[in-house]
Structures are given as structure tokens and as C-alpha cells.
Design a protein around this ligand. Structure first.
Ligand code: PFF
Length: 456
């Protein structure tokens, strides 16, 4: 194990530090805002009946997501290593056990599994950049847009190629290190994405069934809510905020000491949630206006938005830009998904960053082939949660991330002593008390309650 202390004996990170508080917020936002907001949130909300699901999701984000995110950042900053080594180090330091490293280990594994299918969907967005630019969606009917989508994902060679392309891009930027490039990309991408979502929203208010869409998203029909959908809402809260798997812990390891963890977390949670809600508001009115099915699944966004763009003035331009931005958003998220694994290989096996990235990236690419095939050759091979893709998604979002979050809050709330956490969160006032109450009781009990009810 490489040592990571500076000359004054203070712990530092081997992978460099963020240049500023803003750089950290941008990087975490870049990791949080991704396919989860624009591709996954609308389709999961659609499959789970809308309103009641959205409400439960928002509650999960605030009472569970926020304290878990703060816990991850504070653990990461205190340990200043990869999530596995940090959990081991702090476990011992706080008088518990080095076995807490297994929580880090589960996170590393979750990141690898999530990226394996995330890259496939990100590949679709790359494919849709080309499709948009070619003008195939101009004036297209709902049926034509759906047929285009089915034809696209039905060909494993095409989406396999897109998956390969996306993984290569991810490997390229992760190999270059934490700061270079990433900050600039996010600084431009998040505002641009927000503006485009507003353009889409404008279109959807004028041309979609806006009232119906809003009612679907915000009128809770509690009869549709099952424990399964509560778990899906919890899993989505974890997924969209990139928490429960050590990604934010890895980013926290590069965080300068004076930055406020509470402020940074609040900024990220607000940005992330706003983009998801905007995406829902733009998409559902279009779904209803065009007689599409909100429960259609992973293809929802790829079938509604091109339809809207196809009817809009300047649609080819907007559509191309939109899928470029979405690819960027996926790219900055992919970095977060790889970071725990890469940082671990670098530190544990003493490998160079590029070697570690190629190794981990290659492994993820291979596992991703299972998801590529889930939409065509193996589309009918179903067990447990559905196709191979559905199972990897269910296992990671609904089981591994909540379980990781549960253990992380127990660690921060119960294993770490009050002084350590108060030291990192920088206050003993009411904000600190609120965090401690949420991290010790509300979040762990809430997660456990949902997991037990949904799985039994
Ligand atoms: N939060 C990302 C999204 O919503 O698309 C997905 C993600 C990225 C999850 C990074 C976990 C992670 F570490």
C-alpha cells in the first residue's frame, strides 16, 4: 500500500485534489446528472404508475439521499483513499474492524456492473446523435419513430459497436486523471442541458397534453403503489444521486478540507432533482398526446423526444445537440462509475492509472455484452426480474445501492465517533444534529424497512 501523508503528517490523496469548491460540485453534479435523470426516471416513473411513485422518490431523495451523500463525502475526505482502503482504514481507526472494507468492495462491484449496462444505453444516445443529424425524424409519425428504435436496438452489431465506442471514450478520460477535462465538460454541459430541457418543456406545453402529463406525474394514485415500486423509488434515488457505491466517497477523497459538505450536497441534490422533474414534465405530455404508453420501458425517451424534435422548427439541430449533451452527461457519469475500481487497482496493485483504467474498462466492456444481447438475440431469455439487462439493473439499483447506503449511514452514524463526523461536517449546530438524526435513525431504518417489505 502506498503511503498518503504529506510532510506535515496530514492525509492527502494520491490522485490529486480538486482545484476549488466549485470544481468538486461540478464533478459530483456531472456524476449525478446523467441517463438516470433523463432516460431512467421517466420510464421507471411510467412503469410504476406516476404520481405516488414520484412523491415517494422525492421523499427518498430528501430524507435518505441527502444524509447518505453527506456521509459518503465525509468518509471519503477523512480516509483520502479509494473506497475499499478508506473503509478499512477508518473502520480500524474508529475502533471497529477492517472488515468494513467489504462495503467498499461491494461499491466497486456495483460500479462495474452498473457501467456495463449504462454504457450500452449511452451507446444508444451516441447512435441517436447520428440519426438526429441525418434527419430521419423530420416529420416522422409515432409509429415510424418506434420502428426506428426497434430496428436500432434489434441489431446487436450496431448497438454493440455503439457500446464499444462509448466505453472507449470513458476509458480515455478516466485514464487521464481526475481534473483535466472533466471540469470544463461539466461547466458547459449542465447549464446547456437545462436550457434544452426548457426548450422541450416549452414545446410540450404547447403541443403535448400538458395537463394530462402533469396530472400523471403529480396526482398520487396510492392504489398503484406496491412495496416493489417503493423499492424502485428508493433505488432510483440512489442511482440518480450516484450514492451507495462509493463513487461520491472516491470524489470526496479529493476534496479540500475547508469545503462545506452540507452546502455542496444540497447544491448537487437540487440540480439533479430539478433536471429529472423537468425531463418528466417534458416527456409525459408528449407520451399522452401521441397515444404512447408511459409504461413502455427503456425505449420511452428514445421514442418520445425524437418525435417532438421531428415536428419542431429547427428540430434536426435541437435533436442533434440534445443527444450530444445527453452523451456528455452519460460520459461524466461513467467516470464516477469507474473511479472507485480504478483508484483501488492503482493503490492496491501499484499499477499506473492508464493500465488500471484499461483493465477495468475492458472487463466492463465484456460484461456489457450481456446487456447488448438483452435487446435482440437474448430478448426472450427471461428470469427473475426479466432479461439479463433487467436483472443487472435490478440487482444493482434496487439491492446493492440501498444496501451500500444502509451500511454507509450505519458506519457514519454509529461507528464513527461524534468528534470525527462533527469535525468533517464542520459544525455542531442544528444542521449537524439534523444530519445525525437522519444518518443514525431515519435513513437506515427507512432503507431496511423498504428492503425487507419489498423482498419478502
Ligand atoms: N447518477 C448517474 C445517473 O443518474 O445517470 C448514474 C451513476 C453515476 C450512478 C455514477 C452511480 C455513479 F457512481
Amino acid at each position: 500500500m502506498l503511503s498518503n501523508q504529506d510532510s506535515a503528517g496530514k492525509r492527502t490523496s494520491l490522485h490529486g485534489h480538486w482545484s476549488s469548491r466549485m470544481a468538486f460540485i461540478l464533478a459530483v453534479t456531472g456524476s449525478a446528472v446523467g441517463l438516470g435523470n433523463i432516460w431512467k426516471f421517466p420510464y421507471i416513473a411510467g412503469q410504476n404508475g406516476g404520481g405516488a411513485f414520484v412523491l415517494v422518490y422525492l421523499i427518498c431523495v430528501i430524507v435518505i439521499g441527502m444524509p447518505v451523500m453527506m456521509s459518503e463525502i465525509l468518509i471519503g475526505r477523512r480516509g483520502r483513499r479509494n473506497p475499499i482502503a478508506t473503509m478499512e482504514l477508518l473502520g480500524k481507526e474508529e475502533g471497529s474492524s477492517g472488515n468494513w472494507r467489504w462495503v467498499g468492495g461491494m461499491g466497486v462491484l456495483a460500479g462495474i456492473l452498473i457501467l456495463s449496462y449504462y454504457s450500452v444505453i449511452a451507446g444508444w444516445t451516441l447512435g441517436y446523435v447520428v440519426k438526429s443529424a441525418s434527419g430521419v425524424f423530420v416529420g416522422a409519425t409515432a409509429e415510424a419513430v418506434s420502428a426506428e428504435f426497434s430496428g436500432f436496438v434489434g441489431d446487436w452489431r450496431v448497438i454493440g459497436f455503439c457500446h464499444t465506442l462509448f466505453m472507449s471514450l470513458a476509458i480515455f478520460v478516466v485514464a487521464r486523471g481526475v481534473e483535466r477535462g472533466l471540469e470544463q465538460a461539466v461547466r458547459f454541459m449542465v447549464p446547456a442541458l437545462l436550457i434544452l430541457m426548457l426548450v422541450l418543456l416549452g414545446y410540450s406545453i404547447n403541443s403535448g397534453s400538458f395537463g394530462e402529463g402533469v396530472a400523471f406525474m403529480f396526482t398520487p394514485d396510492w392504489s398503484k403503489l406496491t412495496w416493489g415500486s417503493v423499492l424502485a423509488a428508493l433505488g432510483q434515488a440512489f442511482f440518480t444521486l450516484s450514492i451507495g457505491m462509493g463513487a461520491i466517497m472516491a470524489y470526496g477523497a479529493y476534496l479540500p478540507e475547508e469545503t462545506s459538505i452540507t452546502g455542496a450536497s444540497a447544491a448537487v441534490v437540487t440540480a439533479d432533482t430539478s433536471i429529472a422533474i423537468l425531463a418528466g414534465l417534458a416527456i409525459f405530455p408528449l407520451v399522452f398526446a401521441n397515444g404512447l404508453d408511459p409504461a413502455d420501458g427503456p425505449g420511452l425517451v428514445f421514442q418520445t423526444l425524437p418525435l417532438a424534435f421531428g415536428q419542431m422548427a429547427g428540430g434536426v439541430f435541437f435533436s442533434t445537440i440534445f443527444f450530444v449533451l445527453l452523451s456528455f452527461a452519460a460520459w461524466t457519469s461513467a467516470i464516477g462509475l469507474m473511479e472507485p475500481a480504478v483508484a483501488w487497482v492503482v493503490e492496491h496493485y501499484n499499477k499506473s492509472r492508464s493500465a488500471a483504467t484499461v483493465l477495468i474498462g475492458g472487463l466492463i466492456w465484456v460484461i456489457g455484452l450481456a446487456s447488448v444481447l438483452s435487446f435482440n438475440v437474448l430478448a426472450e431469455t427471461k428470469f427473475l426480474a426479466g432479461t439479463l439487462f433487467d436483472n443487472v439493473d435490478y440487482l444493482t439499483s434496487n439491492i446493492m445501492l440501498p444496501l451500500g447506503g444502509l451500511l454507509i449511514t450505519i458506519f457514519a452514524g454509529w461507528v464513527m465517533c461524534r468528534n470525527s463526523t462533527a469535525d468533517e461536517l464542520g459544525s455542531s449546530g442544528s444542521l449537524y444534529k439534523a444530519w445525525r438524526l437522519l444518518a443514525r435513525f431515519i435513513a437506515p431504518i427507512g432503507i431496511l424497512f423498504v428492503l425487507i417489505n419489498a423482498v419478502t
